[in-house]
Design a protein around this ligand. Sequence first.
Ligand code: OKP
Ligand code: ZN
Length: 392
Amino acid sequence: MPKPVILYDPDTLLHHSVEVIAHKVIDAHESPDRIHRILGALTSDNSCELVEMSTEGNQAQIIDYISRIHSNDYIRHIQTIFERFLASGAVEQDGCVLPECFPHYSLLSISKSHDQSTTEDDQGMSRFRLPEDPFAHMGYYSFDLSAGMSKDTFKSTVAAAGLSIRGVDMLLESPSQSSKPIIFALTRPPGHHACRNLAGGYCYFNNAAIAADALLSKLGPRLTLAGEKSDRPERESRVVILDLDFHHGNGTQALTYTRREPAYISIHGKGEYPYYTGFEDECGAGEGQGFNRNLPLLARPKSTTEEYLALLEEACVKIKNEWKSKYLVVSMGFDTYRKDVLGGFELDCEDYTTIGARIRSLGLPTLALLEGGYSEELGELAKAFIHGLGDI
Ligand code: OKP
Ligand code: ZN
């Protein structure tokens, strides 16, 4: 059995941001040091193989995959907005910009614009005129104050998407069906809150959605036994995204909601950030009906590890027996830890080995992507998870 492969790109360390907590602007909890903590814990640990990557020469191809998930206008915004602020003198080279004003839907006046039908694609945003002011751009393309832009944010988030796509290639390159590859990509910034046209919650490009979509595009259309493209309604989904971050992956859900493939299933804090999504009655729509599943659980101290592991079991049964998935993408967050500063169930370090081992026992080619996890012990938690994935 091959060891889990850990994918890392030094460009993911470049991005830095700030956030606002209780009237103070602080360095964001989502910091470059998170990756250092994980790499630190993995040195002198030979349970996995660390592979260093670079986006060099691949940027255009990575952006092609990103543009299957995010709009070109949004990608251009993430790519250029910091330069615009820099040129106007509004920010220093080493600074970080936050939004000022959000286009909340109730700001729309009772006017002709109210009657315009909106496209499915922009979900109503076309009723707002995109302002000239770069601060307004920040508000137009984000939903909170936790996705500031710094000089190399674009570079880092492209690197994270690049790791996700490389991980997909490694799943498919695996020589035989008997050795199921297990990859863990150290994606930073994370992605599961990012929507088609929205950054938020430390996320810019949705790594999990990009990976699942790239995987499906490489797999090609489903074929019937006769070798014809299958378009009859199916109850199965070849690719599933299992989201184990403490926070609901609103972005991943939104991006996959009307699709059967990939399916999405999440265990997350009930009533927690991002507050407006993640309810049990959100089950998918259209072709995606029945392929979205939310399993909310009260945060510590109102839930137990036993309850958490029972939900994980429910998720695994759904993936294996109901959706009969062939490939697994895991949005892995370590903010479910009992001492996490932003979230937390009652999980302890060794529980991550249990989680990793349960994922491994599904016997599927698996690509895990890093989402959240903000405690000092992050490195140890990641190591425990990898040990479970690798059956060590
Ligand atoms: C991202 B992920 C203070 C509150 C922070 C954002 C939480 C983002 C979590 N600014 N709110 O899912 O781990
Ligand atoms: Zn989280």
